[in-house]
Design a protein around this ligand. Sequence first.
Ligand SMILES: Cc1cc2nc3c(=O)[nH]c(=O)nc-3n(C[C@H](O)[C@H](O)[C@H](O)COP(=O)(O)OP(=O)(O)OC[C@H]3O[C@@H](n4cnc5c(N)ncnc54)[C@H](O)[C@@H]3O)c2cc1C
Length: 455
Amino acid sequence: MKQIHETGRDIPVFAETDVLVVGGGPSGLAAAIAASRTGAKTLLMERYGCFGGVITQVGVEGFAWYRHEKTIEAGGLVPEFENKFVELAGPNPECQSESQALDAEMFKCVADSMVLEAGVRPLLHSMAVGTIVEGGILKGIIAESKSGRFAILAKRVVDCTGDADIAALAGVPFTMAPKDQLMSVTTLFHCRGVDTNRFREYVLNELKPTYKDWGGYWSITTTGKEDDLFSPYFEKPFVEAVRDGLIPKDENVSLGGTWSSITDNGDVTQLNVVFISNIDCTNVEDLTKAEVTGRRNALYCIEVLRRKVPGFEKAKLRNFGMTMGTRESRKIEGHYCLSQKDVMEEGRFDDAIAIFPEFIDGAGYLIKPTTGRYYQIPYGCILPKKIDNLLVAGRAISGDQIAHVSFRNMACCVATGQGAGIAAAVSIHDQVPVSQVNIKNVQKNLEKQGVRYLT
Ligand SMILES: Cc1cc2nc3c(=O)[nH]c(=O)nc-3n(C[C@H](O)[C@H](O)[C@H](O)COP(=O)(O)OP(=O)(O)OC[C@H]3O[C@@H](n4cnc5c(N)ncnc54)[C@H](O)[C@@H]3O)c2cc1C
C-alpha cells in the first residue's frame, strides 16, 4: 500500500490516572468498577456513546443463559449486573436458564449508574489509537475523539477492547487464527409486530426446540445431558429458504439460530440467526463487508419468518444492533495459556483470580454446566508477555481455541475484568509492577468483593 509520512506533533495530556481501563464492555465495566472499589483513581474509556460492549452495542441479552440449578460460578459483579438491571428495569427472566435477559437499551443506563456509583470517571466517544511505552513499561495511551487527539497517562492500563488493541499496539505478542477459521460474526436484529401468542403456541406445541436441534445442519458434540433441554432455536425455515432459492446462496453466510425474549407487546428480541464467516474484525474493509452483508441477510431472514413461521406474518424490523458483533479476533500470549483440557477437566491453579462453569458453546461443542463442574482462571492468563503494567481481560485473554469459546462468554469476561481491576489497584497500593503483584493480596480483595476464585 502507498505510504505518506505523518508529521509528529505535541498533543495535550487529557488526564492522569491510577488505572485506565480501555473498552467499556462486560470486562471493562467490571475492571473499572473493581479497581475503583479497591481504592484506585480509575478512568473508563470507550469508543462508542455507551458502555456495555456487546450487550448494548450488538444487542446480546443472554448474559448468563448457561445458568441452571446446580451451576457454580464466580459471583461478584456477575449477579450485581443482573440485580442492578432488575432494580432499574424490572425482572426480565431469560427463557432457557435461571438468569436475567439484559435489555440492550436499558443496560446502557444500568452501566452508567454502576460506573458513577463506583466513582469511576467515564469517558465516551474516545478511541484508543496508540500507546506510550518506555523501556517495556506501558505509560499510557493516545486517543482520537471529537475534541481531537490526546494522551491519557496511567500507572496501570487494563485492555478490555475485546480485540486486544492496546496489547497489540504496545507490542505484546498475540495469536489470531486465519480468518477462514475464526468464529463467525453476526448482525443481530429485533422484530416488532409479531403475534407473540401465536408464536409462543407454535414454539411450545409444534417446534418444541431443544439443544439437540443445534446439530441439525452441522456437527456438534454434547455430553448428552443437554440434548433434551429447551433451547429457543430455529434453523429449518432459513435452510429451506436457501435451498428453495428464496435467499441467494452465499458460502460465507449461514442462517439459523436463536432468539431471546418474546414480549407481550409484539417484540421478539435478539434474533441471532445471521452468521458470516471469513471476516477479520481487525480489518476495516472486512468490517464494512460484514455490516452490509449482515443487514442484507437479516432482511432476507425477516421475509422468511413472515412466510414460514406462525405469528411472524406481519412482523417488521424493530432495529439492528448498532454494530455487527465479533466473537473472536486476537488473543494475547500471556504467562499461561488456558487450554481445552483446563476447561473440560476442571483446571486448578494457585494463582486463580476467578472460576467459571464448564460451559462451552461453539467450535463444535455444546456443553452446559448443569452438574456443578467448573474451572479456575489463573492470573497468568491476563498477564501479557513482554510489556509490564498492562493487564488484559475479556475475550482476548490467553487461551487456546476451545478455551476461548468458553471464556469469551460475558459472565466470564466480567470475572476476568474484576480480577484485572483488583490486581491493577493492588499493584499500585503495594508499589510493585503487575508482573510482581502479590497474588494473595489480590485474592483477599477478591473475597472482599464477593468473588469466588477458590475450589
Ligand atoms: C453475536 C454475538 C452473540 C453472542 N452471544 C452471547 C451470549 O448469548 N452470551 C454470552 O455470554 N456471550 C455471548 N457472546 C460473546 C460475548 O458477548 C463477548 O465475547 C463479550 O461481550 C466480550 O466481552 P469484552 O468485554 O471482552 O468485549 P466487548 O463486549 O466486545 O467490549 C469491548 C468494548 O471495547 C470498546 N473498544 C474496542 N476497541 C476500542 C478502542 N480501541 N478504544 C476504545 N474502546 C474500544 C468497544 O466499543 C466495546 O464497548 C456473543 C457475541 C456475539 C458477537
